[in-house]
Design a protein around this ligand. Structure first.
Ligand SMILES: Cc1cc2nc3c(=O)[nH]c(=O)nc-3n(C[C@H](O)[C@H](O)[C@H](O)COP(=O)(O)O)c2cc1C
Length: 153
């Protein structure tokens, strides 16, 4: 998955957004998003994670600049959510989600508490909240639960 020369050029994007999906349709809609995403992310050599609290999404994507940019363009215009608010847009060395085109989690109360602190569409997210979000994603990348999800073959 990781090319030897890509470590210096990995783009990472972390955002929080607000769901526009009616609760009754959320489960089917999420299945659809995850299915399409796993295929497209794999094709673009992008890895990452999606958290969903039923009110909000947080997503972390990492990979080649062109791949993450292509996904960003699609995700920004997707009307299943709104107020897409960037927490981090950085260059990083190595992947947190090596081998996982998209790990999905219905978020816990604890995650929801952090995501709810984000002032969506209100400009820059305070540094402390960005750090908490990044920490959350890092912890998530290390959970044993990942072993039970769909790895990239
Ligand atoms: C919260 C959210 C996260 C998404 N994450 C991804 C993703 O990681 N990869 C992906 O291919 N599509 C993702 N999508 C779906 C894209 O917005 C888009 O529908 C899909 O990539 C097809 O792209 P296209 O409509 O430009 O062909 C996401 C949609 C939402 C609402």
């Amino acid at each position: 998955m990781q090319r030897p020369d890509e470590a210096k050029h990995l783009r990472a994007w972390l955002y929080v957004s607000e769901s526009r999906m009616p609760d009754a349709e959320a489960d089917t809609a999420i299945e659809d998003i995850v299915r399409v995403s796993r295929e497209r992310n794999r094709h673009l050599a992008v890895t990452g994670a999606l958290l969903f609290t039923r009110q909000r999404f947080a997503q972390f994507l990492e990979g080649p600049e062109e791949g993450v940019n292509a996904l960003k363009t699609s995700i920004l215009c997707d009307d299943r959510h709104q107020l897409v608010t960037t927490a981090c847009w950085v260059i990083q060395k190595g992947r947190l989600f090596q081998g996982w085109s998209l790990v999905y989690s219905g978020a816990s109360q604890y995650m929801a508490g952090i995501l709810n602190q984000v002032d969506l569409g209100g400009g820059a997210i305070p540094h402390k909240v960005c750090e908490e979000l990044a920490y959350l994603i890092e912890q998530f990348a290390q959970t044993d639960d990942l072993d039970r999800k769909d790895p990239i073959p």
